[in-house]
Design a binder for this molecule. Sequence first.
Ligand SMILES: [Zn+2]
Length: 485
Amino acid sequence: MPGCLLRGGCTPLLRLWALLLLLLPLVSLNQRGSRGLGEGDRPKLLLVSFDGFRWDYIDRVPTPNFHSIMDQGVMVEKVENTYITKTFPNHYSLVTGLYTETHGIVANEMYDPVYNRSFSMETDSIYDSRWWEEAVPLWVTIQKAGGRSGAAMWPGSDVKIHGMFPSQFLHYNASVSFEARVERLIGWFSAPKEDAVDFGVLYWEEPDESGHLYGPQSPEMDEVIAGIDEKLGFLINELKKAGLFEKVNLIVTSDHGMTQLFTDNIIELDQYIHRDLYTWVDKSPVVGILPNEGKLDEVYNKLVDVNPNMAVYKKEEIPQRFHYRHNRRIMPIILEAKEGWTIMQNRTGPFMLGNHGYDNTLRSMQPVFVARGPAFRQNYLKPSMRSVDLYPLMCHILAVRPLPNNGSLSNVQDLLYPEAPPTPSAPPRVDEYSYAPVVGSFISVVMVLGFLMFYVRQLTLKQLPSLKHRRREMSQPLLQEDLHL
Ligand SMILES: [Zn+2]
């Protein structure tokens, strides 16, 4: 800063120039401040999945925290998820808006004939990026648009996809508690503005594990569901403590539901076909069968009519409504058990009392969906949606351009807080993002000009007496005594 401005030793021109230099940062600060206000209010979204939380669990036992979200926000009664109704395929559909045949995670266990590799959620094979790169998850899209995301163990979020991890993420570790995952996420949302995440995803393994173990009809599930509601209560409290509850749009959903299995309802393939004829790729209830070279028809014919509770499809016969044909990872033959039935090679394997993966139009396969926050309506019940519609909805809330997807914002826009219709008396809506910097600059320039005008006027006034005095000196006749000075 020119020191003469403080000391008062500058020429007037230099003072003006120095003042301008001083005011310039104010102009840019004001612009940043306007954008900063926008950034401060940048939409935030937290997507939570409780694995295997069936839509009707919330009415089975008291679930005050789910109900508080419903009362303050929205609930969708019937969410049609994607086929097959398994964990990895559906979690990837939620963050891509794509059917499984399009995003490429077609099952929890897969075989890719081009890569000649197998994928299993039980092994490190899931960290091979190639499985995931037929689609782009929302966190990558957000980051490419300049935003930040944080992921707490969402399936696929610790895999490098299209060269990127989430801005913040946890490596998958089932032994990390729900509370620890929440605390990390809260920290990411609460970070200083430059580092704070805009979009978070949180995954928890229950009530899926208990649902498999006990079966959804078992009384043990009551306590499990009540425990999930308590975990949701913990999340809500932590958001409140961090001052985030009214800022973050919170969506609580799941990948799929769960249905009861019965030990009598088992179809044993070994009774009908020799194992040497095929490779068993994915497990019940939708079994991927890879016949040996040249054995497609033989395998198909041996299985097609063995049990009315098992549908047998050649790939091209898979019903169109499943959107489950057009991917090389979908096997040439799939076997689909009817609800409550299990397909095994024989009964020696482990047997679960609950399972999912069945037809996605079955109510038992469908997940819960509740949401609240500044973007959502309050106390609004929507009859139905598709889970692929969630992706364009999230993009809209986050002001991110969606990639091509199978969902539709218009199907779910009624979940959002309606914008006031424009009326002649209403002031025009100002788009904060596009106009705020312009308005800020305009105000700054007006301020600077005003200040300059004031300053010039003051400067002029200050110099006027000396001019007058000089003129007076010049106009006044020289006095005698002056001649002696
Ligand atoms: Zn499961």
